[in-house]
Design a protein around this ligand. Structure first.
Ligand SMILES: [Zn+2]
Length: 251
C-alpha cells in the first residue's frame, strides 16, 4: 500500500545546542519542535505518538502550542477517529497526552514498559524526561485491553507499513517504516532529534545506550538512506511542503 505521511507541528521549546548535542559546550540557541505524525492511505489512519496537552505544555515552557485536535482536523481526522496510536517511546512529550485518543489502542514495546517500571524510575536524571502520572496510567490502559505490546521484533501492520525497533535513545524505542509514492520513508522519532544527529552519527545527550543508538543509525541507513524524519527537528518546516498551517506533507 502507498501511504501519505504528515507531520503535525504542535509546539516548540527554545534552548541551547549544549543542552542537546553530545559534548557540545555551545550556548548557541537551538529550538526543538514537537510533532505527532499521521499516516493515511492504509487500512486505517495511524498516529505516531500522542504528544502532550496544553497544561503539560505550560508546565514545560513550551511555546507556540497548538491544539492537537485542531491539527488532526487539518488532515481530515478527529481524535475519536483514531483507533491505533503507535508510541515510539514513553518520554513525556510523546506519551503524556495519550488521553486525547479515547478510542485508540496504543502499540508499544515490552522493553520500554519494563524499563520504566524499574530501571528508568530510579533517578531523576531519567524520570525528568517522563510524566509519571502518564506512565502509571499505562497499567490502567493495560487492564482495559488498550495496550498492545511488541517483543522487539520488526512487525508488518499491513503491506507497506512496518514497526521497526530502534533501541538506544530508550530501550524500547520504535519507528515506522512506510511505503510511499517516492519509496520507503522512516519516521524515526527520537532515534534522532535532529537530522544532524544522524548525519554526524552523534546521538543527543540523554541517550540511554550510545552503542545501540549508533546501531539504530546503521539500521536506518540500510532501510531508507537519508529519507528519515527525526523527532524534533525545526528544519522539517523548511524541508517539507505545508498543506495547512503547521501541517507538513512528508510524503
Ligand atoms: Zn525522547
Amino acid at each position: 500500500m502507498i501511504h501519505q505521511v504528515y507531520a503535525l507541528h504542535f509546539g516548540d521549546k527554545n534552548g541551547t545546542r549544549g543542552e542537546f548535542m553530545y559534548r557540545d559546550a555551545s550556548h548557541d540557541p537551538l529550538t526543538i519542535s514537537f510533532y505527532i505524525w499521521v499516516v493515511l492511505g492504509g487500512r486505517e489512519p495511524i498516529v505516531l505518538d500522542a504528544g502532550f496537552d496544553a497544561v503539560q505544555a505550560a508546565g514545560r515552557n513550551v511555546v507556540n502550542y497548538t491544539d492537537r485536535a485542531e491539527l488532526l482536523g487539518r488532515v481530515g481526522l478527529a481524535p475519536d477517529d483514531v483507533k491505533t496510536v503507535v508510541v515510539s517511546h514513553l518520554h513525556w512529550d510523546h506519551w503524556a497526552g495519550y488521553s486525547l485518543f479515547r478510542n485508540a489502542s496504543f502499540i508499544m514495546q515490552q522493553a520500554e514498559l519494563d524499563f520504566w517500571k524499574v530501571r528508568g524510575s530510579r533517578a531523576s536524571l531519567i524520570t525528568q524526561s517522563a510524566n509519571m502520572a502518564a506512565l502509571k496510567a499505562v497499567a490502567d490502559l493495560e487492564g482495559t485491553g488498550r495496550i498492545r505490546k511488541l517483543d522487539g521484533r520488526r512487525i508488518e501492520l499491513w503491506p507497506g507499513l512496518h514497526i521497526v525497533p530502534l533501541p538506544g535513545h530508550t530501550p524500547g524505542l520504535q519507528a515506522l517504516l512506510i511505503e510511499t509514492e517516492r519509496g520507503p520513508v522512516m519516521l524515526a522519532s527520537d532515534a534522532l532529534h535532529f537530522l544532524e544527529n544522524y548525519t554526524q552519527r552523534s546521538p543527543v545527550q540523554g541517550t540511554m545506550n550510545f552503542p545501540e543508538a549508533l546501531d539504530a543509525y546503521d539500521t536506518i541507513a540500510a532501510l531508507v538512506g537519508d529519507d528519515v524524519v527525526g523527532g524534533h527537528d525545526p528544519a522539517d518546516a523548511a524541508r517539507f511542503p505545508h498543506i495547512a498551517p503547521d501541517v507538513y506533507r512528508i510524503a
